[in-house]
Write a protein that binds this ligand. Sequence first.
Ligand code: SF4
Ligand code: SF4
Ligand code: SF4
Length: 351
Amino acid sequence: MQAEFIRAQARKDRRPIHVIWMTSGLGCDGDSISMTAATNPSLEDLLRGCMPGMPPLIMYNPMFAYETGEDFMRPWHEAAAGRLDPFILVLEGSVPNEDVNGEGHWAALGCDPDTGEPITTSTWIDRLVPKAAALLAMGTCAAYGGIPAMRNNPTGAMGLRDYLGAGAESHLGIPVINLPGCPVQPDNVTQTLLSLVLQIAGMGPALDLDEQGRPVRIFGRTVHEICDRAGLAENGKFSSEYGDGRCMVKLGCKGPVVKCNVPVRGWVNGIGGCPNVGGICMACTMPGFPDAYVPFMDSDRAAKAYATTARVSYGPIVRFLRAQRMRHDLDVEPRWRRRASELTSGYQRHW
Ligand code: SF4
Ligand code: SF4
Ligand code: SF4
């Protein structure tokens, strides 16, 4: 009921939808920086309203704010008090475990006006989550823990969903959305924000999420399936060193087992993106990143077996058969297309 009411109001009044973007998890701010490279839609498109009827979007992000001090913190307090409605809560960086912080704290944003004490990131999450229309874990750190949550880390870092518990959702009933990447591909950021704005405004469908909370539209295929070197791999052509333009699975590329759309989406305006430009996929979008994939530059046994099989058996056979067909049928003009005293096209003359 409440959800319907908010959607109806947002539609009717074109009330702004706010984005409270916390970069105070354990992270590097790389996802905020990445977003500035988006082109489809761009950040400016989002803020100006790139679709007719779309509600205005107002973003509060420490990286882009002119305000400082209490002026900067005001929207956070307003949101926690339920006076900034509706808003999307974006968390960038992983959530540290403040139960194991000794005598200090791991991460905080702003100070309590009464006590002057820092307000920890997890306190902000506790305050803001019940009021948020949607919850977006931005980047692999926020989604699954990422680099700060590596084995032997001292902070007990975890992803937002791990912190909130399984089945956590916003007050509109939207589950936590995980948007992994280290950093997230720029257009994936803006596209997901746009989808959420439209959903909250009642102008678009809900995002289809997989079991790891990722949008299926973005993470439905592996890097290998969409890599522009996949055809070379199929033909058994593998690089033994960087720079020769062939498939890099023997150099450690994890693409065959990684879900990510970067090879088809590129990085900036369709250009670049990991294997497209000669870099191995290091699996930065995956829940097991980085522990399950180190050392990054080594290929594992499965990758070596795949490369060997493709190189010495399947690849050469496929290559040979295709080359034969191309030589005889496909890469030559049909034999009747030449000057001759007889018609050789097979046409039956009627004159
Ligand atoms: Fe930085 Fe990567 Fe973590 Fe994003 S996911 S905050 S880019 S370390
Ligand atoms: Fe697959 Fe990586 Fe080779 Fe591309 S470079 S085809 S992703 S193994
Ligand atoms: Fe990360 Fe691999 Fe995607 Fe590149 S292709 S962004 S390394 S998951």
